[in-house]
Write a protein that binds this ligand. Structure first.
Ligand code: GSH
Length: 212
């Protein structure tokens, strides 16, 4: 199988963190890396669009020639094929909570952050748009406050003592904020999140994937 990705792009980073976490737990998922240079527009070339007509990363190309697009279905597919260690939790309630936190990190933080960065200093050359940037910025304090409260009891990961996909999404979002030079105010306003961010990034798994 091949994973198509580009460094720091948050959706591929989410998948790469997930695979690194799984493999640190012994899953042994073997993926060949294919780097698609987004700033050069390689995602819009015909060969790549044959894999993903939407021209976006990540893509998982399967050994039978098929492809899965969208970060979450890629993760769900890998999780079904390699169920251990479980990256959504051990019980229905725990899995629901992990999925809830993952959606909050994605839809309420990563997505508006990406809209903001693409409207201010887009790495793929999209035109600046002050109104979009401002509107997007208004979305993330609520998500940061919520996640900060979750982490305020000092837990190591969003769902407790083991990482879940929610942590992968959150780490991918925070790295993209650093890339986009967006000050989320973690140190001043969201101390538990700042602590989680530091601790998560110090782990070997994260250091193998994150560069910022
Ligand atoms: N919902 C998609 C979003 C994919 C996406 O936005 N990918 C970005 C990188 S993080 C991309 O490829 N952007 C390049 C472009 O749109 O030209 C997912 O979760 O995979």
């Amino acid at each position: 199988m091949k994973l198509y990705w580009f460094q720091v792009a948050p959706n591929p980073t989410k998948v790469r963190l997930y695979v690194a976490e799984k493999n640190a737990g012994g899953a042994g998922i073997a993926l060949d890396d294919v780097v698609v240079k987004l700033p050069k527009g390689e995602q819009r070339e015909a060969a790549f669009r044959a894999l993903n007509p939407f021209g976006q990363l990540p893509v998982l190309e399967l050994d039978d020639g098929g492809a899965i697009v969208e970060s979450l279905p890629i993760i769900e597919y890998l999780e079904e094929v390699w169920p251990a260690p479980p990256m959504w939790g051990e019980t229905p309630r725990a899995r629901a909570r992990a999925r809830e936190l993952e959606r909050i990190a994605d839809a309420r933080l990563l997505a508006p952050l990406a809209r903001h960065i693409h409207a201010t200093r887009s790495p793929i050359g999209l035109p600046p748009n002050a109104a979009v940037a401002e509107h997007a910025r208004a979305a993330w304090p609520a998500a940061l406050g919520y996640l900060d409260e979750v982490l305020a009891d000092g837990r190591a990961f969003l769902c407790g003592e083991r990482p879940t996909v929610a942590d992968c999404t959150l780490a991918a979002a925070l790295q993209f904020a650093r890339f986009g030079k967006v000050d989320l105010g973690l140190a001043a306003d969201f101390p538990a999140l700042a602590r989680w961010d530091r601790a998560y990034r110090e782990r070997e798994v994260a250091r193998a994937v994150l560069t910022l």
